[in-house]
Design a protein around this ligand. Sequence first.
Ligand SMILES: [Zn+2]
Length: 132
Amino acid sequence: MKLNERSEKNLVGVHPDLVKVVRKAAELTAVSFIVTEGVRTLERQRQLVAKGAAQTLRSRHIPENNQSRMSCAVDLAALVGGQVRWDWPLYERLAVAMKMAAQAVGVPLEWGGDWRSFKDGPHFQLPWQTYP
Ligand SMILES: [Zn+2]
């Protein structure tokens, strides 16, 4: 699949290694997706935490939290027939494509759906250990 204009816009300011993974995943995936968010402001993160949609202000989406001063996280949304869908199994399939892509381009990757508490299916990030 081809990344649409919105996805391309949301990849601006994202770490190039993570962008590589997303582009490769677009080639491999059986489930279509869009990139809904890359760079996030601290202000927006505060709002998300207040709403319970995020748990920490130490988000990898916020460039200032990362040594690279770029976003080290992206959120994806699955598309079925051009419509955004939130069914969990779609995100498991997206995660398979993203992990395959990460391996293919040699970039380590974490999926929010693998976290034990607060599973975050749309969220993918570069690990803190390798990308502090
Ligand atoms: Zn996220």
